[in-house]
Structure formats: C-alpha cells, structure tokens
Design a binder for this molecule. Sequence first.
Ligand code: IVH
Length: 730
Amino acid sequence: MNNITRQQSRGAASDGSRAGADGDAALAREAKELRAALHRAAHQYYTLDAPELPDAEYDRLFRRLQQLEAQHPQLRLPGSPTQRVGGAVLAGFAPVRHALPMLSIRTQTDTTSAGAERFDQQVRSYLQSEQRRLQLPADDPRHRSEPLCQEALDALAGAALAFVAEPKFDGLAMSLRYEDGVLVQAATRGDGETGEDVTQNIRTIGQVPLRLHGAPPLLEVRGEVYMRRDDFEQLNEEQRRRMAAGDRNARSFVNPRNAAAGAVRQLDPGIAAQRPLSFFAYELGQITPAQEGGPDFASHWQVLQALRDWGFPVSELVRLAHGPAELAAFHADLGAQRDALPFDIDGVVYKIDALALRRELGFVTREPRWAVAHKYAPQEELTRVLGIDVQVGRTGKLTPVARLEPVFVGGVTVTNATLHNELEVHRKDVRVGDTVVVRRAGDVIPEVVASLPDRRPADAQAFVMPAQCPVCGSDVVREEGEADHRCTGGIVCSAQRKQALLHFASRRAMDIEGLGEKLVDQLVDRDLVHTVADLYRLQPDDLVGLDRMAEKSAQNLLDALQQSRQRPLHRFVHALGIRHVGERTARDLAQHFGSLDALMAASPEALLQVPDVGPAIAQSVHLFFAQPQNQEVIAQLRALGLAWQETADPYKPLPLAGRTFVLTGTLPGLTREQAQALLEAAGARVASSVSKKTDFVVAGSAAGSKLARAQKLGIRVIDESGMRALLADS
Ligand code: IVH
C-alpha cells in the first residue's frame, strides 16, 4: 500500500505495455501491491465498517488491477480482489445463505450521457446474437431452439426498450424474508451467496414493515438500508458531543453509508435502535411462484407498485423510461437534484422493465445483463494537507482549517476544509503533509473526514493550537467542558470585529447589500469602523478611494445602509451576534418580548420563559445586554436613527404561535419565502424537516419525501388554500 499513490496508479495505466523482464517484474510488483491495497480496503469497508479509501480511489485501483490482469493473464490469481464480490462475514452474526444470490450491478464507467446509449446498444447486440443462434443449424453446438420473448422481438424490430430508472442509493443492500406476511429474516449481502443475519437490528427500522397484508406466503424483498443526511448530521453531532464528554463508546462516522453500515452490524440491537435508519425497496428475491398462487408480474414497474401496496417505501424518484434518451435525461435531472436530496446517491440504475426480457438477458458471472449502474462524480476524494491555519470567528472561536492541494470533489475545486476544533484534529489525527479523505456532499462545507496514516510522510507535523490569537495576540482559552478554543480579545481583536460586522450586514440579519468581506477588511484595517454603529457614520469621502470603490458603489452602499435603518426587531436581535442566538432564537425572543427595551431588561428567569430557551441561551443573552460596551453601541445606533419595527403589543397572542409548519413542493400562488413570511408573521415556526413535532405540512406540486414522511407520521397535510384558510381564521 505504501508506495501506491493516485499519481502512480494513474501514470502506470499509460505504460501497461512495458516490455522485458524488468518490466514484467515491475508489473508483477504493481499487481501485488494493488491486490494488497484492495484487500485491505475491502476489509475496512465490509468487515470493520471503517473505510479509509474513498470509493473513487478504490475504483481507480480496482480498474488498474483489472486492466493489468486483462493484459497479462499470468497476473490473474484466484484470490485476486477482481475475482470476488462483496465482503467477508463478520463473526458475531449467524451466516445466512441467500435463497437467490444477491447480485451486483455492472458500472458504466463514463459519467456522461453516453452511458445510457451504450447500455441500450449492449442489450440490443446481445439480443441480435441470440437471434443469430436461432438460425444456426440444429447440430451446431451454439444452436438455440426456444423462441425469443415478444419484447426481444419488438426491440429487434426497432421498438424502444422500456426501462425503469432508479436512484442508486448509497447505503447497504438488504434482503428481507417474509413468511405468511411476517418478517422472519433480514440478511446483509455479504459475498452475494452468504450474508449475515441482522434481523434483530432491522426490526428496529420503522420503515421496514414487520407484517404485510395481502402479500404472497413467501416473499423476499431486496432494498437499501440507508441513513438520511439530516439524521446522519444529528447522530454525528451527538456522538461528537459524547466523545468530548469523555464517552469512550462514542464514535463519529465518515459518511451516512458508513454510519448506516455501522448501525446494521451493531451487535447490540439496543444501540442499533437508537440509530436513525431508513429503507427503500427496489427488487424481489424469492417469491411464491405464480403456479402456486403467487403474483404474476410482467414488469418491474408492476413489482414496484406491488411493493408500495404491501407497505414498503419505494422511492418517488423512480421513473419509467423509453429508449436511451429518456434514461440520459433522468441521469441529468437527478444529477441536478442530487445535492438537494435528503439522502446520498452515487448514481442511477437503469433496469430493463419487462421481466420476460430480463430472463432472456440473464447474467454474466454475478452481474445481470439487464441492469447497469451509471455513476455521478464522486463526493469523496483524496488530497494532501499543505498546512493547517487557524481562523478566528465572530465569537472569538478558533477554527483549524486545512489548506489542501486543490482537488475536484462534489462538483467544485476544494482548497480549504474545516477541521472544526482541536479535538477533531486529534481525533482524526490530521497532520500537515498527510493524505486525507475530503468530502463535499450537497452544499455542506467541505470536510476532512479522515487521514490515511499509511501514507504519512516521516516529516508530517502534528497540529498545535496556538496559545495566542493569531490575529490580535490575546490569550486563547478553552472553557471547561467545551471543545472550542476562544480568543479573549473581544472587540480588541480585529478578526472578531470583522466577523461581527459581516454577520451584522448579512442577508438574514440587517441585509446590507454590498458590505462584503473585502470592504469590511478595509474598513477595519483603516480604522474607519470599530463597531456596527460606526457603519452608520460613514461618509462618501470615507469610502471613495477604497479599493474597488467608485462614487457610484459608495452611494449604493450608503443607500443600503440607509435602508437597513428599519428592520424587524428579530433581524436586529439576530444581527447583534449574541452567542447561541441564531435566527430562530432571535425570532422567539423578539416575539416574546415585543420590544428591545423589554428584551434588554429581561432577567435570566424571564428569558427562560421563552419556548426553547434554555439556561445557556438565557445566560448568554443576559450577559450580552449587561455589558456596558454593548449598551453603549445600542444607544449610539438609536441616536443614529435606527428604529427596528417592534410588535406594538407584546402580549397580543399570535394566532399560530407555537405551531410548527413544514413547506414542501411548489405552491401555486406563493414562493416558499412568501409562504414562510406569512406563517411567521402569524407566529408560526417554519422548520425544514418533518418530525413528530411538526403540526402541519403545506404541500404543493412535486412534493417528495417530506410529504411521504408526514403521511407516515400521521401529520396533517394541507395545501396552499388550506394554509390561507388557517391564516384567515386567525
Ligand atoms: S438492484 C442487480 N437497485 O447497488 C440488481 N441496487 O452493485 C440488484 N443499489 O449492493 C440490485 N440502489 O446495494 C438495485 N435502485 C437500486 C439500487 C441498488 C443501490 C446498490 C445495492 C447493491 C449495489 C449493486
């Protein structure tokens, strides 16, 4: 493993035809190293649920080995990772022999739309060769006598093939066996022939039905166990919190799939039950045959419908497609939605719809000819850490940030990735010079998820949190029980001042357009602005002459400042940047107290009366307003003419106060922002995900998983007119 790097494995791919004894020895050595690296990675992935190599890197090494073995058959050894699929069975779970093997899917390597075209062609040329076999003389060993199915004949006559296109869920495959409608066994894929009995753990997944109604006496359902992104974030946050508190049993996970695999293969079902898992069904395994009264499906589309009827979650994203162009469109559409989906996918799967045609096409080794996976660009990649910088945030928090060799991942070039705090740096053991796994999924900020100690250079440097603030030189402290280090410089620290100004001006706070990072840097560095009050004292002369500031842009900024003098109270409270007070809490506080004076005068006890305000928030708010320098800035702002819109009567109850709404899909007459504003004006909260605490889901057209979740949890679903009625009533 040591001396295989991405560069080498790529570079070597171009000189596969090297000749001579030396060359042979070098190739044999390379193949050996590739085998060792792949074995090790497979063990980490399948058996330990602790993968080190990103999939993209694994695939590269795997393909290089396949290529070497194809060009030099003497290098192909029986134990080679290319000769088997899946992983070994972990001690601790009983082995389960699958009644029908669990197959893998061939991956179409090109990530462009050509993948769909190629699949369609491959199916067609296979059918053509079968047709030719029909015409061979009866004594030819290749002769075939049974006729082709109707769908095959239609395709050969030029009809478009019918496909089902599905997301390729990034979780782990599961086979669920039901006898007389009762879940009797759940098994992992294992090596495809034999998996592990994880029934106890799977029973804890709410989305997996334990009893079926109207299902045939014998039914095996194949599908994917996965973890939603929000559930993953929450779980990891909780695990990190426990680790910080010294809990040795806690561990955090690299990605949702890894977390899902860890939960499924958790030996203690009690712990598995606490891990939030989800499930999608996508295939059948063994089933009562039609001759014995079982269902007689003609198409996969019918199968998916039946799975839904029996109570299994089937993704709303699956589509019927005719011909390769529709497959390619599906690939592109889903690719565009990928970041916004509530779960990870790593590609799409194209499947032949007609089951008769599937039987006709059959398998090559363990891969069916009737399905192919078409992947997306990877969301995890390897790169090197060039340095670890420390950034100072608005509240003085010091954040270690890895400076990276630029790497293309999740659709963007990443050069920096947060390491959160010192504890995280040490837990992941990231050192300068290390090769690390970088992940970027969705619009989540890029993250270093793991380092590869195997590839660590001898001179790699461990990270040490500085004792003095790198910006202002003040002492750095870490409070008891907290993971974060903070600069004690407060307003003295220009980094903190800059961040505070940027936050004050940000879109969701005072929304001062044009006051961005470059400008704030100059204003602070030239001593033009110390506090947020100074912003409103700026004169045209102060601005003209700054970098990229012409008269026009200076006037625009002054106009924007002028406009920001009147904002709703909650925005102003948010803009103050009080520790622990985000947008939501600011809203709650503004709503509860109605005026800034009432809020400033509130005792910790009074603050605790606000819904969802706990002791930490109450303390922080109280402390903030008790500081003379904060009172002074607020007085200055008032003197400068700032007047936030306060609720006239703080005791007037808001009609939808205490109600939580979730918006999903497209409403006919309102944008999402407008709907949210209307609801919030009536005192409701608008949350981004559906939970037991949700009171109403407002669903428009093309509502997806949130709607499904609401229905599952029995939450009231209304449409736009239902929402308007609630608002009108109130
Ligand atoms: S069908 C051959 N459908 O991909 C048919 N698999 O390499 C068997 N997967 O381990 C699988 N999404 O975990 C199928 N919509 C989907 C899938 C899917 C993800 C995974 C599955 C399996 C792997 C196949």
